[in-house]
Design a binder for this molecule. Structure first.
Ligand code: DX5
Ligand code: ZN
Length: 227
């Protein structure tokens, strides 16, 4: 499993220190980019990614909750993002945006909101590095996990395994010590957690506990290529 702390719940005035604090338990760093239009919240963009790039080697997993992400991709690539994920609700046919992500040298991810059926992305999963299933309606950290998202995770896991794909299956929203086990059992392999880590009194210990809870629940011992 891979843990992706979401800096959305970190203290932006001390972002470098917040990242350093959890780095030893982080496999990726999840960067929530909100444009105040696709979602009703406004967060951060390429300048913050560039600042993070200077202080960490962690994989920067950028989740673009933006109406017009294509316009932003060159700036994210230049800032040092490792991958960008775009919402299928914006791109019913994501072929062109996937090609653009590749041209920019970025990892490519597709995101499904709660309520968007897996069928909306099924034929594109083989073309991307990451499929992100939202388990809250995007826009804010600290929301309650939507259990219906697990059916989408299960469907995605079955497809990825049946087709022998290497696409990572990430879940994002409401992940904490009480929910991560169900997400792991459903087949997620990459877990975003914001408030459960950064609002904890000891973020590093919280991250460690999440990892342990996911590992204890994972039905398959390992994924291809993982120890
Ligand atoms: C929500 C974001 C999430 C958010 C998760 O729109 O996409 O990544 O940071 O926060 P928690 O883990 O607190 O639900
Ligand atoms: Zn996110």
């Amino acid at each position: 499993m891979r843990l992706a702390p979401s800096i959305l719940s970190a203290d932006f005035a001390h972002l470098g220190a917040e990242v350093a604090r959890v780095a030893s338990e982080a496999d990726l760093l999840h960067v929530d980019v909100m444009d105040g239009h696709f979602v009703p919240n406004l967060t951060i963009g390429p300048p913050v990614v560039a600042s993070l790039r200077r202080v960490t080697d962690l994989f920067l997993d950028c989740h673009l909750m933006c109406t017009d992400p294509i316009r932003l991709l060159p700036a994210f690539a230049a800032a040092g993002a490792d991958s960008c994920s775009v919402h299928v609700e914006i791109f019913p046919d994501p072929t062109d945006v996937i090609d653009m992500l590749r041209r920019e040298g970025l990892g490519a991810g597709l995101v499904l909101n709660p309520g968007t059926p897996f069928a909306a992305v099924q034929r594109y999963v083989e073309r991307v590095d990451l499929l992100l299933v939202m388990s809250v309606h995007p826009g804010f950290g600290g929301q309650a996990f939507i259990p219906e998202s697990l059916a989408t995770v299960r469907e995605a896991r079955a497809h990825i395994d049946r087709e022998g794909l290497r696409t990572a299956l990430e879940i994002d929203g409401g992940i904490n010590a009480a929910t991560i086990g169900a997400a792991a059992e459903a087949g997620a392999d990459t877990f975003v957690a914001g408030s459960a880590i950064f609002h904890a009194p000891d973020p590093l210990a919280a991250a460690r506990a999440l990892r342990a809870a996911a590992a204890a629940a994972t039905p398959v011992a390992s994924l291809p290529g993982e120890a």
